[in-house]
Design a protein around this ligand. Structure first.
Ligand code: RIB
Length: 295
């Protein structure tokens, strides 16, 4: 069983600031670093580091995205389904403050140039029972979901970043949602909290398994009558970028390798804690062997 991650690849330009820049303000940063990132790329690396067989499909620009592919290859991700398209690779401008919190501005670039022809070709490599994982940083998501559903693949959706396009996707095909409270509230068209949101989402999508992330309060999982709660591992925070992607990759990677949901949640929480204790997006993601260490 393998997983196809159809997702974004970004060059993350990270600026260290005292506070996030305000409208009309000019602000100096004390440091600028460039990392590999993109929710898609981060989740592929987390999946691979958790031990799953991962194929990444997506697009980079003609000249500037090669280091992203090298990083994925080094982590064991199959990148043969990533195409090179005219123009620039996607990028993110990330402000990181002294508490390790961030705010992110995206430029889609190549991530928004996925074609249906590319999707059809990519799908030829997968079969019923394989996983498809999606975030919301590329185009043609509804088409990819349709094709994966026709094949009998298990569909995982992390609807992040949330926007109005999500409502147009065939969400009834989703087997696993991984999302935060705001995203869940937007899908339910009514904001709420924890268990209440889980109940509402589960009533809308009764066959789906749901992982609701609650920031500092951890996460919750619901599959029918089974409800699990997972606290976070508290560590000194250096950079929260890609914590959610690490969690997603380790949770789905764990399930694919036979872990029960409780164990997969625990390992995902541990991997995310290690990621926030280090700078950068993809480079902060731990190997599975690091989960053995005490936090
Ligand atoms: O989830 C973190 C990621 O969001 C960053 O790596 C950035 O590229 C954006 O896609």
């Amino acid at each position: 069983m393998k997983v196809l991650n159809y997702g974004s690849l970004n060059i993350d330009n990270v600026y260290s600031v005292d506070h996030f820049v305000r409208g009309g303000e000019t602000l100096s940063s004390s440091k600028m670093e460039t990392f590999s990132g993109g929710k898609g790329l981060n989740q592929s690396i987390a999946l691979a580091k958790s031990g799953a067989e991962v194929w990444h499909a997506g697009a980079v620009g003609e000249n500037d995205g090669e280091f992203l592919l090298e990083m994925m290859k080094d982590a064991g991700v199959n990148v043969s389904l990533v195409s090179h398209v005219e123009g620039k690779t996607g990028h993110a401008i990330i402000q990181r403050d002294g508490d390790g919190q961030n705010c992110i501005l995206l430029y889609g670039g190549a991530n928004q140039k996925i074609t249906r022809e590319q999707v059809d070709q990519a799908m030829e490599h997968f079969q019923a029972g394989d996983f498809l994982i999606l975030q919301n940083e590329i185009n043609e998501i509804a088409y990819i979901m349709e094709k994966a559903h026709e094949k009998g693949m298990k569909i995982v959706l992390n609807p992040s970043p949330m926007d109005e396009k999500i409502g147009g996707y065939p969400l009834e095909y989703v087997d696993y949602f991984l999302l935060n409270e705001i995203e869940a509230g937007d899908i339910c068209r009514e904001q709420g909290e924890g268990e209440e949101l889980l109940r509402k989402l589960s009533a809308m999508f009764p066959k789906a398994k749901i992982v609701l992330t609650l920031g500092g309060d951890g996460s919750m999982y619901k599959d029918g009558d089974l409800v699990l709660k997972q606290p976070i591992y508290r560590v000194p925070v250096v950079d929260t970028t890609a914590a959610g992607d690490t969690f997603t990759g380790f949770f789905i990677g764990g399930l694919m390798q036979g872990e029960d949901p409780k164990t997969a949640l625990d390992h995902a929480a541990k991997a995310a804690a290690i990621a926030v204790s280090r700078p950068g997006a993809a480079p902060s993601i731990p190997d599975r062997s690091e989960l053995e260490k005490e936090l």
